[in-house]
Design a protein around this ligand. Sequence first.
Ligand code: 5RP
Length: 232
Amino acid sequence: MDAREMKIKAAEAALTHVESGMRLGIGTGSTAEEFVRLLAEKVAGGFKVEGVPTSERTARLCVELGVPLKSLDELPALDLTIDGADEVDGALRLIKGGGGALLREKIVAAASQRMIVIADESKLVDTLGAYALPIEVNPFGLVSTRMAIEKVAARLGLSGELSLRQSGDGEFTTDGGHHIIDASFGRIPDAEALSSELNSIPGVVEHGLFINMAALAIIAGPAGARTLQANR
Ligand code: 5RP
């Protein structure tokens, strides 16, 4: 089974948690897109959902495939969000934002009664941090913000390169008009401490640590999909 087939398996399993009539947060990335494709087939067969997309990219795919969309302001309270992740640990702490959509993803997940994460087994880790942590920053005062992130990291015993994400023609810009600093810490033993320290830096708009947000992770491997439940 290749990586795409595993993503499809995880997406299929997630779809069993979606009921007709639900208000659904729809994630971003290649795994979430497999979910959108499967959801679109059900919608074409008469299944009723209203989706709130977590990025312009996901919105475009939903429109193309006929999944009905609303804005979060139109549907401010959602039943369920299904989204991918860059890393998942055993306590269902996540690193997200590889696709640059972490801010909307976090807002949408926080507005949802439940969040289910879907991933192939390569995303499951013992300790978060091998994947560079995306930190969304305001373009204003970028150098100061970067220095503040370095300080916080040093205080927590973390080190590693902080690199401003680039796209083809310059700095990568998020749907919200911000930039992303990818922090290659290697290991983040205390994700809670890092999360609250980053939240205290004014130029940090959000970061990709999702803690106490996912209720369930559906992890697909060659033998099929298994479910990890949050212990809360
Ligand atoms: C986008 C995300 C994605 O969910 C994450 O990057 C995983 O993507 P993929 O399913 O393509 O591996 O957080 O901001």
